[in-house]
Ligand binder design. Structure first.
Ligand SMILES: Cc1cc2nc3c(=O)[nH]c(=O)nc-3n(C[C@H](O)[C@H](O)[C@H](O)COP(=O)(O)OP(=O)(O)OC[C@H]3O[C@@H](n4cnc5c(N)ncnc54)[C@H](O)[C@@H]3O)c2cc1C
Length: 307
């Protein structure tokens, strides 16, 4: 580790922790504790990569040359709850499950529908994480961020252009999110949280290594018998299953038998095996249904890989 000016520590050849538990390393990794240190990171590399929980991320085997920045530090994990107004401000590095636990206990509802989703607040804000019960965007009031030139921004919800699993936030460094939550009975919120977690445990391979859904649910451009109608957003998992991909594997990467939109990895899997499997699944679904699947999964790689 080399301390630079003002104590920002740069770790060299550092592991990048992801939920796949595989993949390459970071040539340089920083964990800033303050906005000043985050700005120092930008001055070192304005093409730096923001790392959250790594729950939607695959790092290619060669690792990454860009500076990797994690905000899972005390300086970016504070959770401030205003009980009277229901306004909650949380640092971008805070773990979503911790924010859910604290808001539920405070009798503030809205985020409990995201229970079971591993994420930092920053990662969930970029991805608009969500599922059958709701989306991250639903209760966002504003997002605080720094752009690549080091300028700070406060972006109102209406200007973020949130859509299904996407936002206009990708190019920014998100530092905090402010939510407007609703007053509710904590016991009811706890029951709702349990319901969401039980649903995930029943339908998804939660005990295996994965990054959640690999592909976005596509919108059909024509009617597909037994799948859906033109213009409808349908389950990518259903298409992958019907294309006969469950159990398909490359190296230590496998299409889950429990949920076909999950790829699970064994500890010895190479990231290139996951990428290879992704491309095979895309081709099988294209051949079977004429539907192009686009990745929800973020891949950090030097190669050109279509989304
Ligand atoms: C078991 C499992 C279940 C899952 N279930 C769901 C689900 O039900 N619904 C769902 O939507 N997702 C699900 N996911 C995927 C994942 O939880 C979400 O996509 C989550 O939002 C990722 O957040 P993260 O902090 O891990 O981001 P990362 O995976 O670390 O990063 C994702 C992207 O966000 C960017 N990013 C991260 N932090 C910041 C920041 N502070 N500023 C700017 N950019 C940033 C990264 O650069 C990257 O581009 C699941 C994953 C797993 C492993």
């Amino acid at each position: 580790m080399t301390p630079s000016a003002n104590e920002l520590v740069i770790e060299h050849n550092a592991a990048i922790d992801t939920w796949f538990h595989i993949g390459g390393r970071a040539q340089r990794l920083a964990r800033p504790e303050s906005t000043e240190e985050l700005l120092q990171c930008l001055s070192l590399d304005d093409r730096l990569l923001m790392l959250g929980e790594g729950a939607n991320l695959l790092v290619d085997d060669d690792g990454v040359k860009n500076l990797v920045v994690s905000l899972q530090t005390d300086g970016f994990c504070a959770i401030e709850i205003d009980d009277a107004t229901g306004i909650v401000r949380t640092g971008a590095g805070a773990a979503l499950p911790r924010v859910i636990a604290q808001t539920v206990n405070a009798g503030l509802g809205g985020l409990e529908v995201l229970a079971g989703i591993p994420a930092t607040i920053g990662g969930a804000a970029v991805m608009n994480a969500g599922g059958s019960f709701g989306s991250f965007a639903d209760h966002v009031l504003q997002v605080e961020a720094i752009d690549r030139l080091g300028r700070t921004h406060t972006i109102a919800r209406r200007d973020i252009d949130y859509d299904y699993r996407q936002s206009l936030l990708n190019h920014l460094l998100i530092t905090a999110v402010v939510f407007q939550l609703d007053h509710a009975d904590p016991e009811e919120l706890k029951n709702e949280r349990t319901k969401c977690m039980e649903y995930k445990a029943k339908t998804q391979p939660m005990s295996e290594k994965s990054a959640g859904c690999v592909f976005k649910n596509p919108v059909l451009v024509e009617d597909l018998d037994g799948i859906g109608r033109h213009g409808e957003r349908v389950s990518a998992g259903l298409l992958i299953d019907r294309a006969g991909c469950k159990g398909m594997s490359v190296g230590g990467a496998e299409v889950s038998h429990i949920h076909a939109n999950f790829i699970t990895t064994k500890p010895d899997a190479a990231a290139s095996s996951v990428i290879d499997l992704i491309e095979r699944v895309q081709q099988r679904v294209l051949d079977a249904f004429g539907v192009a699947l686009h990745r929800e999964l973020v891949i950090w790689t030097e190669r050109e890989i279509p989304r």
